[in-house]
Design a protein around this ligand. Structure first.
Ligand SMILES: [Zn+2]
Length: 347
């Protein structure tokens, strides 16, 4: 089957410090280590997010240099991030390694993010985020960030550069504002109502669900995900690695006090995909949410997944269907990318 694709991850930036406690040049080693963990889990492409970091100061271009060395089809999105601490804190990919407590971003910052972004990831945060700190430490988490006029202006800056824009979104107010101002892709979308879902389906706005965590709100449940699917919304599932599973994500079997990462992708997506299959969705259609759908978001130019000369043919060989029939990585026997076997569990 096609290789797994996790289109919302932070493996090269935030997760390097969180998992490996690295800074400086060692960040590159940590980034590669995290991506290797993903590849071993059958993930042949990730959607990386570079949002700027309070400490890590690796320049924007370096992320692409590292990615280009690796046998994965990862894509990188650049953005800025509002953290819901008191005071609120802003970071930006355009000035990594520092933070501001007020909005100092210029049009040029947004233009640089747009120019460098390879897919519409969480380029902007429509809500202040709690990131990986306890909710009590981020009292502003969930509050909507951008007024309509500023949002419309930022979206226009992306569109003028010929780029789509994605956003970190929770709740109807933020989602409706983003849709009204011409936004293109919603990430997380926790707490979005069926009425807003209907608008998304009509406007053909893709939704990247992160069923384990990602915002201050309870993530989208398997039942709510199926309802969005039946509304006709283009869906992808992602891990948002590395992240602590949300306390209310009770369909996730992972421990809530341990950061979950790409090796847990099957456990993050399994409950949603099994619920889809139990309710009549074909297994091959359910699997699209962790393979060809996210790949299309990252690489729309590739067209559909076919086996023929010149096509990527990134695939995995499994003894049981991942996420639906098994959550064990032992069942992913081979991982093939770039015309080579990269991982072989049979030897
Ligand atoms: Zn994220």
């Amino acid at each position: 089957m096609p290789g797994l694709v996790d289109c919302h991850t932070h493996l090269m930036e935030y997760a390097t410090a969180e998992i490996h406690h690295t800074q400086g040049q060692a960040q590159e080693m940590a980034a590669i280590s995290n991506l290797l963990t993903a590849l071993q889990a059958g993930i042949v492409a990730t959607g990386e997010h570079h949002l700027g970091h309070l400490v890590l100061s690796m320049p924007m271009a370096q992320y692409k240099k590292i990615r280009d060395m690796l046998p994965m089809a990862s894509a990188i999105a650049y953005g800025c991030c509002w953290l819901g601490f008191e005071p609120k804190v802003l970071t930006s990919a355009t000035w990594p390694g520092r933070s501001e407590t007020r909005d100092t971003l210029t049009d040029r910052d947004y233009e640089l993010m747009a120019e460098a972004s390879e897919f519409p990831g969480e380029n902007i945060f429509m809500n202040y985020t709690c990131a990986n700190v306890p909710l009590a430490a981020a009292p502003n988490a969930g509050t909507v960030t951008y007024e309509e006029s500023q949002l419309r202006h930022i979206i226009e800056l992306f569109h003028k550069k010929g780029k789509k824009i994605g956003a970190h979104i929770e709740g109807d107010e933020a989602a409706r504002r983003f849709l009204a101002c011409g936004g293109d892709v919603i990430h997380h979308g926790h707490g979005i109502s069926p009425e807003t879902g209907a608008i998304m389906a009509k406007q053909k706005i893709p939704l990247v669900l992160t069923p384990a965590a990602g915002t201050s709100k309870r993530p989208t449940s398997p039942e709510e995900a199926l309802a969005f699917y039946r509304q006709g919304i283009f869906l992808a599932l992602a891990s948002d690695s590395y992240i602590y599973p949300h306390p209310q994500a009770d369909w996730i079997s992972l421990p809530k006090d341990r950061l979950s990462g790409p090796a847990d992708f099957l456990k993050v997506s399994g409950p949603v995909l099994r619920y889809f299959v139990e309710n009549g969705v074909k297994k091959s259609d359910a699997l699209r949410l962790i393979t060809v759908n996210p790949r299309q978001l990252l690489h729309p130019e590739e067209g559909c997944a076919v086996l023929k000369p010149g096509c990527p043919a990134d695939m995995i060989l499994c003894s049981r269907l991942p996420a639906i029939e098994t959550e064990s990585l032992e069942d992913i026997l081979l991982v093939i990318t770039c015309g080579q076997i990269q991982v072989d569990r049979q030897i």
